[in-house]
Write a protein that binds this ligand. Structure first.
Ligand code: ZN
Length: 232
């Protein structure tokens, strides 16, 4: 482990994550709705074009926050750098942290995992990993198809609490983790349930969920994939 590498990764993670509150705020909308054109809190319109998406720190000058997102980005990048070391997989996965964190933020806000973000994650991580670990392409594709089918069945069960976004993200993460082999896939499939199960139970016991608002599953899926990629 090179301290310089870890510092560089953490700096990248923090810097990239620092720009995520604005796009997360704009993308956290209901199904089929266009992205937000103005701040939900103060109604100040966002500038048109790219500049309306780029802001470091909080989503809008009217709010504070963004520190937790920045720290999470740094921590995730640091864990990847410590565990993977100077591997060609490291820059690929560091870049994938950006759409992954954005997905977690949007899911926490509005229980949605927008297709274009899931597709961005699949392309930014899946294609380079397929080049780097071409011997494992078969494993990754099998993991993708297997998880897609299994989660598709789970989502079709009444009261399963899984949405189609969860199904697609779980399959894309199985693909990404699949390049690390089957043990990683199994960890990646099991861990999200070990994370969300106790949280769901806690919410049920304290009646905070009230049976109304389902628990977002995206953050647990993403955390499970991170653990699968770094624990082995
Ligand atoms: Zn505002």
């Amino acid at each position: 482990m090179s301290p310089l590498l870890v510092i560089f990764a953490a700096t990248f993670g923090a810097a990239a994550a620092g720009f995520l509150p604005r796009p997360a705020h704009r993308l956290a909308v209901g199904f089929g709705a266009p992205s937000r054109s103005a701040c939900a809190a103060c109604s100040r319109p966002f500038p048109a074009g790219l500049s309306g998406w780029v802001r470091a720190g909080a989503a809008c000058p009217c709010t504070s926050g963004g520190l937790l997102t920045t720290l999470t980005g740094a921590a995730v990048a640091m864990v990847l750098a410590v565990r993977l070391g100077p591997s060609p997989r490291l820059p690929v996965l560091l870049l994938a942290v950006v759409p992954a964190l954005l997905l977690a933020l949007v899911d926490l806000r509005c229980l949605r995992l927008p297709d274009r973000l899931v597709a961005t994650l699949a392309i930014t991580a899946g294609l380079p990993l397929a080049v780097l670990a071409h011997a494992k392409v078969g494993t990754a594709l099998l993991a993708f198809v297997g998880v897609l089918a299994a989660y598709g069945i789970l989502a079709s069960l009444p009261g399963g609490g899984l949405g189609l976004g969860d199904v697609k993200l779980a399959a894309v993460l199985a693909l990404i983790v699949g390049f690390a082999g089957w043990p990683a896939v199994i960890v990646g499939v099991v861990t999200p349930h070990l994370i969300n199960g106790p949280i769901a139970l806690f919410l049920l016991v304290t009646r905070r969920a009230g049976g109304q608002r389902p628990l977002p599953f995206g953050p647990a899926l993403l955390t499970g994939a991170l653990i699968a990629l770094t624990a082995a």
